[in-house]
Ligand binder design. Structure first.
Ligand code: M6R
Length: 605
């Protein structure tokens, strides 16, 4: 989604703004722009398409401005063209915005009556014109305040002013905004990652807060316009984790590092000496929990589905799952002994955050499973379980999914242990088995050549299906999601047992169908469903740990995962499906790290 950068400095800023915008590219966008104050005037440059286009414009005509704001836009109101690209400027003010202004039409009509002119179709331009209007009679802080008071919806803003040449203003409600501190320069950015090459000293704005930066200082104000102090965090500075290294793209790097990231995660939670799982300061006694609701979006929601199977298997707790965008609008009956677990890689997904906010307002017990520990969701939940996967840059979530499933599995084991619902022997065996996970992951990833062969059969297909039962059902959903988002091939995941209730009608000669059939309690049933697909001409790709030859007949390809316990199999089945989506997309020359229309961090609902 949209990304914001703002810099107040002692030296020209356009080069750093361009570099920061490149860092924000991973969020997904379709146009870019920046504004600086040059010779006392607002100098606005914008383009449709990539930041590279903006860079070319600026290198022909470099800006000398020592203060500026930049933006990558993911279109919501109005097509992605140069006019709708941010910043949106008037004579006196220039604004970049992330989020949606829900009452923009009514404000626009009111301003049009006052003879304000609008050039774009965006909701953002009303902010520019409202501010311009207030600046006639009020100082900066009051004008920004009055403007914010009028806005409904969510936003993070970066603002510069023609008549206040050394000031950048940032503000937020609903969308994240980080503030960075440098030497003779200060910054605002949509996330700390955008600021990483410039500083690792960061503060985060909370809803309703405003910051005013000059090159030498940063001031913060709360929603009552009182000056406040903010904590300055020092972030770890591991550049290695945020570059592609020798990989062609971030996704292949992120797929490849899953054995390392899962090892790092296990190291954080498993006490090898005591053969125990540690979750310090868990805020609610697991013996008192009678229901857990797991909530997330997209891939994170699929790990919630895995959690349902895990907790139902290992504990007697009632489990529900919910898609965050549905949960947030339902009439939930919040109860004291219920726990709400939010799963999110970014920790900034607008719907997931709103669902968490709803729980907080109802005094519910909340827990966040996140990758980005400085995120809004992590900062808001009662309790945080990081997945320790390191920065995930590719829009398609891979290592975060494995990390989410891993933490959820560890949590289910621990809760089961505390509730005396798992024997000591099974608990210890599960921990021992988990320790083999990183090497099993490595083993599966080494079979990438086989997946390249399989991928060729998908490149020209118009559609495909992914089937599984039990734990393999959410994995089928995830495999289908990966394929569609990366390769733009229509893909659906189904519980294999549902085929006869409708989807079987889609099977025709040559349709590629992925069947996930690990040797578990569903194996025979899934194999029967597979035979029904084959009988109707479906071209089946079987992913299994069964090594018998008998079932290989009439199967287009059989991909074997190593033997493991049933709870480890979902991890191992996920990997070939990630690689499949990757290779199909790369054979089709799709943009792997930035699939069309998608954003890494979905900060609008
Ligand atoms: O950051 P989050 O985990 O909250 O993001 C949720 C979804 O937007 C995300 O998983 C999305 O579905 C991915 N692009 C899937 O690969």
């Amino acid at each position: 989604m949209c990304g914001i950068i703002g810099i107040a400095s002692a030296k020209p800023v356009f080069g750093n703004i361009i570099e920061a915008l490149k860092k924000l590219e991973y969020r997904g966008y379709d146009s870019a722009g920046l504004s600086t104050i040059d010779n006392g005037e607002i100098n606005e440059k914008k383009c449709s398409g990539r930041v590279n286009n903006l860079e070319k414009i600026l290198f022909k005509n470099p800006s000398k401005g020592k203060l500026g704001i930049g933006h990558v836009r993911w279109a919501t109101h109005g097509v992605p063209n140069e006019i709708n690209a941010h910043p949106h400027s008037s004579e006196v003010v220039s604004v970049v915005h992330n989020g949606i202004i829900e009452n923009s039409n009514s404000i626009k009509n009111e301003l049009i009556k006052k003879n304000y002119l609008f050039k774009s179709q965006t909701d953002t331009e009303v902010i520019t014109q409202l501010l311009t209007n207030y600046l006639k009679n009020y100082d900066i802080l009051d004008s920004v305040h009055k403007t914010l008071e009028r806005l409904e919806g969510s936003f993070a803003l970066g603002i510069i002013f023609k008549n206040f040449k050394d000031i950048v203003v940032g503000a937020r409600r609903g969308s994240p905004l980080a503030v960075g501190y440098g030497h003779e320069e200060n910054y605002i950015g949509s996330d700390s990652y955008a600021l990483k090459s410039m500083t690792n000293k960061i503060s985060y704005l909370e809803d309703g807060e405003i910051c005013i930066l000059t090159k030498d200082k940063v001031e913060f104000y709360n929603s009552e316009k009182n000056k406040i102090n903010k904590e300055i965090l020092t972030l770890s500075n591991d550049e290695n984790k945020t570059t592609k290294g020798d990989f062609k793209d971030f996704m292949s790097k992120e797929i490849n590092e899953q054995s390392v990231t899962s090892k790092a995660c296990l190291k954080e939670y498993i006490d090898h000496l005591r053969k125990d799982i540690n979750f310090y300061n868990f805020p609610i006694n697991p013996n008192e929990v009678n229901k857990i609701t797991f909530i997330g979006c997209g891939t994170a929601y699929h790990s919630c589905l895995i959690a349902k199977y895990l907790f139902e298997d290992l504990t007697s707790i009632t489990v529900e799952t919910d898609i965050a965008s549905e949960f947030r609008y339902r009439k939930i009956k919040f109860k004291k002994n219920n726990l709400y677990v939010f799963v999110s890689q970014s920790g900034e997904t607008a719907d997931t955050f709103a669902a968490l906010d709803l729980c907080k307002k109802n005094n519910a017990n909340t827990c966040a499973i996140v990758n980005v520990v400085e995120s809004s969701i992590a900062r808001t939940a009662n309790f945080v379980l990081p997945i320790h996967a390191g920065p995930e840059i590719g829009v398609a979530s891979t290592k975060a999914f494995i990390g989410q499933m891993l933490v959820l599995y560890l949590l289910s084991l621990k809760i089961s242990k505390v509730r005396n619902e798992i024997t000591d022997q099974n608990y210890t065996k599960s921990i021992n088995d988990l320790n083999n996970l990183p090497s099993l992951i490595k083993e599966v990833l080494a079979k990438r050549d086989e997946i390249q062969i399989i991928a060729k059969d998908f490149v020209d297909s118009k559609g495909t299906m992914f089937l599984g039962r039990g734990f393999s059902y959410p994995i089928a959903l995830e495999g289908a999601l990966k394929l569609k988002e990366l390769s733009y091939i229509h893909a659906e995941g189904y519980p294999a047992g549902e085929m006869k209730h409708g989807p079987l009608a889609l099977i025709e000669d040559g349709l590629p169908v992925v069947v996930l059939a690990p040797k578990d309690k569903y194996f025979e049933k899934t194999i029967s469903n597979m035979q029904e697909v084959i009988a109707r001409g479906g071209k089946v790709f079987l992913f299994t740990d069964d090594d018998s030859e008998i079932i290989s007949e009439n199967i287009r390809y059989k991909f074997n995962i190593p033997n493991s316990n049933d709870y480890i199999k979902p991890f191992l089945l996920t990997l070939p499906l990630q690689m499949l989506a990757y290779y199909v997309a790369s054979f089709k020359n799709c943009d792997i790290d930035k699939p069309r229309n998608l954003a890494k961090s979905v900060t609008v609902e």
